[in-house]
Design a protein around this ligand. Structure first.
Ligand code: NAD
Ligand code: DAU
Length: 352
């Protein structure tokens, strides 16, 4: 199996690449990533010399590059994670999101279709697995959950670009019989998450006694899942998911932002031997995000019922592991927050 994973130098992608390289030595894993600000080869340093692993730097939005790459390497299957992923950045630069998330996905779909159109798939290996988000379903009120049949209602440029990519994936299934599968997951947290996202940003700022910017009144609700459990779900769906189907993935773990930040403050006070209540004094309510979705909550019962997946650990355990990881990996955090890692990788991969 020649398996292409896109976005494998990013947060979730790095966990997926590591899992597949270590658990499936019989597969050849190709990690295609353009090393944007969010891509960092330090995230997968531990497996870079594995015999079944190869890194490719490249842009999924570059049609000719993608077409040639597929012709040269004859991939059997794809797990597609590469994307612009931060909602706040999509508000300041929407077109970058359209380019990568919509055009980039279309290029991958088209190249797969060209490669697999002879229909010769005796071992039933071909699979285009698209990783998407619960944000495509829009925003919930105080009750209810997103199911796989909830109508799409994206409300940020990020979620609209992901919804567009989901529609394209389904269109290639219906029109060209491309063997696709999609999953839509809730908010992830864990090691190697870029510290622009809520949890690592708060950990970093608490550690450094910097203000903790809570948008609006902090009443928005997110449903948090440990990234390793998302990677396990992706493994399960890749191997057992039914072609043409969609699976929701979530932690059944809703938190109001302000409650989550308060919880983190208490945990960090303990870890840093601070007086209880010290870190909470850093909380600062700031201007709300434009169009801020109120609540996300995923119903992942289909995945449990049909493929027997469920989260392996509680949020409290996962959050403590995550805090410990950031406190023990100060060098990684310093390189990322200072921007040093960018200069290094741009030099290393320049002119390739
Ligand atoms: P991330 O921003 O940490 O990583 C994205 C990766 O994609 C980076 O390594 C980046 O270099 C790469 N990339 C970006 N543009 C590229 C391009 N044009 N060509 C090639 N590579 C490019 O993102 P993440 O949080 O790990 O999310 C991964 C996927 O999972 C995304 O598709 C996202 O929509 C989805 N998702 C994320 C979450 C979450 O909570 N983070 C939840 C549900 C779904
Ligand atoms: O639901 C899945 C999505 O979760 C993924 O598709 C996205 O890629 C991922 O970034 C995430 O989106 P969110 O916008 O929910 O995540 P973020 O960490 O940016 O924000 C989480 C919540 O915290 C949200 O309600 C906004 C709020 N927030 C965020 C930041 C960065 C703050 O209050 N202050 C902050 O500084």
């Amino acid at each position: 199996m020649k398996l292409l994973i896109t976005g494998g130098a990013g947060f979730i992608g790095s966990h997926v690449v590591r899992r597949f390289v270590l658990n499936y030595p019989q597969y050849l894993i190709y990690n295609l990533d353009n090393l944007t600000y969010a891509g960092n080869l330090e995230n997968i340093r531990d497996i870079e010399d594995a015999a079944n692993y190869k890194f490719i730097k490249g842009d999924i939005a570059d049609e000719a590059f993608i077409r040639n790459l597929f012709q040269e390497n004859q991939f059997d299957a794809i797990i597609h994670l590469a994307a612009e992923s931060h909602v706040d950045r999509s508000i300041t630069n929407p077109l970058e999101f359209v380019k990568t998330n919509v055009l980039g996905t279309a290029n991958l779909l088209n190249a797969s279709r060209m490669l697999w159109r002879d229909g010769n798939d005796e071992n039933n290996k071909h699979r285009f697995y698209h990783i998407s988000t619960d944000e495509v379903y829009g925003s919930l009120g105080s009750t209810g959950h997103f199911t796989e049949t909830t109508p799409y209602d994206p409300r940020s440029p990020y979620s609209a670009s992901k919804a567009s990519s989901d529609h394209l994936v389904r269109a290639y299934y219906h029109t060209f019989k491309l063997p696709v599968v999609i999953s839509n997951c809730s908010n992830n947290y864990g090691a190697y998450q870029f510290p622009e996202k809520l949890i690592p940003l708060m950990i970093h700022n608490i550690k450094n006694n910097k203000p903790l910017p809570v948008y609006g009144k902090g009443e928005n609700v997110r449903d948090w899942l440990w990234v390793n459990d998302h990677a396990a779900a992706i493994d399960t769906i890749f191997h057992k998911g039914v072609i043409g189907e969609t699976y929701n993935i979530g932690g059944n773990n809703e938190w109001k932002n302000i409650d989550l930040v308060m919880y983190l403050c208490r945990l960090m006070d303990q870890k840093l031997n601070r007086e209880p209540g010290t870190s909470a004094k850093l909380i600062t309510f700031v201007k709300d995000r434009a169009g801020h979705d109120l609540r996300y909550a995923i119903d992942s019962s289909k995945l449990k019922r049909e493929l027997n997946w469920e989260p392996s650990i509680t949020f409290e355990t996962g959050l403590e592991l995550t805090v410990d990881w950031y406190l023990n990996n100060q060098e990684w955090l310093d390189e990322v927050t200072s921007g040093n890692y960018l200069k290094y990788y741009q030099n290393q991969y320049m002119n390739r």
